[in-house]
Design a protein around this ligand. Structure first.
Ligand code: AMP
Length: 212
């Protein structure tokens, strides 16, 4: 089962994506995680992507399509994959449709997380993220050792600074929201869920939406 997670930054796609992936027994692919790991490792991909990411802008479609294509061809994803933040523009949705078709597969569910902008600003500005396992936390200061005991340290992501947050939301409304309309028009199985609630409440809604 291929599930595309759509929704603004801070809506909980990452956390819920992990839970959906675990429930379905498939991996999760988050282009944000792939790109942050590349930045940390100092690879060409990372160097190319860093400026866009720090400002809260989108990395060019061609870069994302390359990551998508490579990841979907991996045997580990044969049973399915949860795509978290992987599709953020209409050309990326078109590219994913082409790649899946070539592999004889298709997007089974498009799951959208609905939440108001004010709540997102509050969530993102209070968030720290582990520099190693990438798990997000609220209420823990930068510099704290990661509670997951992965050996990492919590940091404030550059794109969780107020100016970058505002830009990410603007970019989301301008470039990513139209993706939803594109999927509706393409006749995809689009499910909208309320992303406000406890982790468990939102997980229950998400699993129901993917038929679990
Ligand atoms: P995320 O961790 O999903 O919030 O992604 C962090 C940043 O990585 C985004 O603000 C973008 O700069 C970049 N990024 C991740 N996924 C994509 C994508 N599908 N298209 C363009 N840029 C992306």
């Amino acid at each position: 089962m291929i599930v595309v997670l759509l929704g603004p930054p801070g809506a909980g796609k990452g956390t819920q994506g992990e839970r959906i992936a675990a429930a379905l027994g498939v991996p999760k692919l988050a282009t944000g995680d792939v790109l942050r790991a590349a930045v940390k490792a100092g690879t060409k991909l990372g160097l190319d992507a860093k400026g866009f990411m720090d400002r809260g802008d989108l990395v060019p479609d061609a870069v994302i399509l390359g990551i998508m294509k490579e990841a979907l061809a991996e045997p580990a994803q044969a049973k399915g994959v949860i795509l978290d933040g992987v599709v953020r523009t209409v050309p990326q949705a078109e590219g994913l449709a082409k790649v899946t078709k070539e592999l004889g597969r298709r997007v089974d569910v498009v799951l959208t997380f609905d939440i108001a902008d004010d709540l997102l600003v509050e969530r993102l500005s209070g968030r720290t993220t582990c520099d190693t396992c990438q798990k997000p936390f609220t209420g823990l200061e930068p510099g704290t050792k990661c509670p997951e005991k992965c050996g990492g340290t919590l940091v404030r992501r550059k794109d969780d600074e107020p100016e970058a947050i505002r830009n990410r939301l603007r970019v989301y409304h301008e470039q990513t929201e139209p993706v939803l309309g594109w999927y509706v028009k393409a006749g995809a199985n689009v499910r909208r869920i309320d992303a406000v609630g406890s982790f468990d409440e939102v997980t229950a809604r998400a699993l129901a939406a993917v038929g679990r």
